[in-house]
Write a protein that binds this ligand. Sequence first.
Ligand code: SAH
Ligand code: SF4
Length: 308
Amino acid sequence: MTDISKELREKFKSKYTIYDATIEKKLISKIDSTIKYLFKLYDGEFIESVLMKYNHGYSICVSTQVGCKMGCKFCATGKGGFSRNLHPSEIISQIHTAQKDNNIRISNVVLMGMGEPLDNYDNVVKFLKLISSHQGLNIGMRHISVSTCGIVDKIYKLADEGLQVTLSISLHETDNEKRSKIMPINNKWKIEEIIKACNYYFLKTNRRVSFEYTLIKNVNDSKQHAKNLIKLLKGMNCYVNIIPINNIDGGIYKQCTRSEVICFCNMLINAGITATIRRTLGSDINASCGQLKAKSAKNVEGDKVEST
Ligand code: SAH
Ligand code: SF4
């Protein structure tokens, strides 16, 4: 920063350090050019981000924590346990480094990588304010989605921040007992409490809430499940994103067939609920955000995909 005095630069240098996420590994999909990054942090921890190209521009899925405490049974990150929160700069760094690496501007950001954003609330809100600032990356709040497994008190808090981000709820089940079995957070915050918080979020922000429904064979994919989902969401200003589950290493959860996924989605649409099936990008590089998992560089080399 040559536009500030040398003394001030020295002072900054003695007081602060700038850490950047460095690219440890990069996997490029041969199918659609989606890129999965393995970033190394200053303390040797690893996180992953996924860069996707859509017709409307570039979108990045970023991590908010190293690991996750929430322990969802179907999630690779959850299985690996929790290490630490990311600083706002480390979340920004994922975007910044991906932009620099590809000489592009990223216009959409989803907080759906490793970690539970609302479990790192203060840093995530700081990050949201920084990237949407004109002096920052100038990414519009409306182009940012925050995904949560349902930390209800923090949903209320986020609603009161007055930010315009899209709230995404990872629902996956409509029955409390069954949801608690696959998502332990449900023992603390029940589905009804999440729905109430979503209605409050809509009231405060006027932003339609999105529900992620990861379809798992013989677990949450029956006609009755679709009917229950319709009953739960009927009349809400929301939309549903159906995600075919990604099998994780040694996982017992299996994918539905394409026609089963379509059938489930159509049941929602026919009942007047806006629903889409998540486009699968980077399927050859395990790129789906829900499957993000910090692997050691050694393991990544083991993947049978092009790595640079
Ligand atoms: N912790 C946040 C955000 C990160 S997870 C959350 O849970 O919402 C991002 C999304 O991926 C969530 O909807 C999560 O339920 C989903 N997910 C996790 N594991 C998955 C898997 N194996 N296949 C498909 N989606 C998965
Ligand atoms: Fe954490 Fe989200 Fe994975 Fe659950 S799905 S363990 S909340 S990252």
